[in-house]
Design a protein around this ligand. Structure first.
Ligand code: AP5
Length: 222
């Protein structure tokens, strides 16, 4: 009998490296990556009324209202691939009301990862971030430059990646992080994120492989 798939949450300030670590985690563990920010940007791109509303909050670095976010994430978590392969929830929940709603729907993570990065470094990471619209890969002009000229030429920037907006996003994060942490106290793993992305991943990798090993030893226990 196959062991239960992993269910992981990853949290941290803007540009703490959530998306970057999610790329590495999904490559190795095959979990379904569900990013609240990506779901919202897809909603904006679809031109829907919810997307239009969401953008107003994102422009101000504030949390998008629960009426828009909660069911959007729940629907994605409920899809077959997430149930079968396990999930990696990125940037959700960001408030106690979101955490409570998730619990009410029956979604409990095995591990809550918090990436901790000093604030001055976060701003530099935000401003230098670039995205490849073709592959979805995350780059940084200094820390993770594009591999080829062709990729470099097509890179884009997020509309909320200015220093001013990043500071507002950081403020929102600082206002909410303690509330969320208190809901997952017993399963929280804090990781210093001010290291190379490989070093950060090595810590996460160790934790996840230990969890899987435990499970494979005792597949019927929790
Ligand atoms: P979201 O898209 O989630 O943005 P965020 O939380 O601000 O996080 P980022 O995506 O900016 O950063 P990241 O941690 O993924 O870092 P990355 O790996 O890219 O949310 C956007 C908005 O949507 C929110 O402001 C809010 O309005 C709304 N929203 C989202 N979730 C919501 C929710 N639950 N409820 C309500 N509203 C919600 O890395 C950043 C840069 O650093 C990159 O350039 C990368 O290459 C570089 N980098 C990464 N790791 C390293 C490293 N170890 N060393 C050097 N450089 C590195």
């Amino acid at each position: 009998e196959k062991a239960e798939p992993l269910k992981i949450m990853i949290s941290g300030a803007p540009a703490s490296g959530k998306g970057t670590q999610c790329e590495l985690i999904t490559q190795k563990y095959g979990l379904v990556h569900i990013s609240a920010g990506d779901l919202l940007r897809a909603e904006i791109a679809s031109g829907s009324e919810n997307g239009r509303l969401a953008k107003e909050y994102m422009e101000k670095g504030q949390l998008v209202p629960d009426e828009i976010v909660v069911l959007m994430v729940k629907d994605r978590l409920s899809q077959k691939d997430s149930e079968e392969s396990g999930w990696l929830l990125d940037g959700y929940p960001r408030s106690s009301s979101q955490a409570t709603a998730l619990k009410g729907f029956g979604f409990q993570p095995d591990l809550f990862i918090l990436l901790e990065v000093p604030e001055d470094i976060l701003i530099e990471r935000v401003v230098g971030r670039r995205l490849d619209p073709v592959t979805g890969k995350i780059y940084h002009l200094k820390y993770s430059p594009p591999e080829t000229e062709e990729i470099a030429a097509r890179l884009t920037q997020r509309f909320d990646d200015t220093e001013e907006k990043a500071k507002l996003r950081l403020k929102t994060h600082n206002q909410n992080v303690r509330d969320v942490l208190s809901m997952y106290d017993d399963i929280t793993l804090k990781i210093p994120g001010n290291r190379s992305k490989e070093e950060v991943f090595a810590k996460i990798d160790t934790a996840l492989s230990e969890m899987l090993q435990q499970r494979n030893k005792a597949p019927s226990s929790l």
